[in-house]
Write a protein that binds this ligand. Structure first.
Ligand code: GLA
Length: 321
């Protein structure tokens, strides 16, 4: 069987979010099928920067070295987010926090920049539970309503020109949220193009969203002159509010799962002129973040390989192009 990355070499890179367990569980699959990785957690600010204001790079280094040894690139994920952030820095003054962030962006680029050509500079800044524009976060509280503009300006001033700066978010296809994301990016790019791309996370399920919503979102983001990465794709067998637990994947749903992946990837190929990277949020169903979200300790079977690392119908459906 060819590797996915071979099948898609004329379209876009194929990525996976990985952690150090993936290097044990999924080593061969990663090498064969993927040419890009995202550190699931290990490059996040709150993970590398410890309570004692010192850096701890071992987790990130391990994944970076794996990527480098295997000619993969790394999607840098991420600098500014309301989660997995070193919240203790906010006890410092505004000027000191800005300096820490400045140092952080520089340090991460110096250490990983040779194979990390894109960074999610801001993750999930837009509010989606109320009519508010931006989500309340310590960054917003400290730096004000235009903090994203400032952070992108800062990243642009520090990072070399060849590094692409991304805004990354979920539910990015839902019209109300999508339009807020568009408003945010337009405002950041008003005087100078600082945001080069949009990360469409694409955490979806068998029932939602419709493929048309995804297409509309791709077209709209592309019309702003943005590069597009699908950054965190997984397709759960369950609707978000469905709390049932199954011991085995239902074969009917497995078929729908393969069909859904096939349709998504067909759309991604159609828009490959704008899309440079499609990343899955995990490798095999042995471990994914959905094992504990939104229901604790439940399998969702969202990925392309099963719990024994065997290819699933979903893999075959996207290989067959
Ligand atoms: C968000 C983040 C990711 C990851 C997932 C859940 O989408 O961007 O880094 O934490 O949540 O695993």
């Amino acid at each position: 069987m060819l590797g996915l990355k071979e099948v898609y070499k004329d379209y876009f890179k194929i990525g996976a979010a990985i952690n150090s367990l993936s290097l044990q569980y999924d080593f061969n699959i990663l090498k064969k099928h993927f040419n890009s990785i995202t550190c699931e957690n290990q490059m996040k600010y709150g993970v590398v920067f410890r309570d004692n204001f010192e850096y701890e790079f071992s987790g990130a280094d391990e994944l970076y070295e794996f990527a480098k040894a295997n000619n993969m690139d790394v999607r840098g994920h991420n600098f500014v987010w309301h989660n997995q952030t070193p919240f203790h820095i906010f006890t410092k003054s505004k000027e000191e926090v800005w300096q820490l962030l400045t140092d952080h962006i520089r340090i991460m680029n110096e250490r990983y920049g040779d194979i990390t050509p894109y960074w999610d500079v801001v993750n999930e800044a837009v509010e989606d539970k109320s009519s508010a524009f931006l989500r309340k976060s310590p960054w917003l509280m400290m730096f004000g309503e235009d903090y994203c503009n400032k952070v992108f300006g800062l990243a642009k001033s520090i990072l070399p020109d060849n590094i692409q700066l991304f805004y990354n978010d979920y539910n990015e296809y839902i019209p109300e949220k999508r339009d807020k994301i568009v408003k945010l990016i337009k405002s950041i790019n008003r005087d100078e193009k600082l945001v080069s791309g949009i990360g469409m996370q694409c955490h979806v399920n068998l029932y939602y969203p419709s493929i048309d919503l995804v297409k509309e979102a791709i077209e709209l983001y592309a019309s702003l002159g943005l590069r597009i990465h699908i950054t965190e794709m997984d397709v759960s067998h369950f609707r978000f509010d469905d709390k049932q637990i199954l011991n085995m994947p239902n074969p009917k749903l497995e078929e729908l799962h393969a069909k859904a992946y096939g349709e998504y990837f067909k759309v991604f190929r159609e828009y490959s002129e704008y899309i440079d990277n499609v990343t899955l949020w995990g490798v095999s169903d042995k471990y994914t973040w959905l094992d504990d979200f939104p229901v604790k300790n439940r399998k969702n079977w969202p990925l392309l390989f099963d719990e024994n690392n065997q290819p699933k119908p979903a893999l075959y459906s996207i290989m067959d192009i």
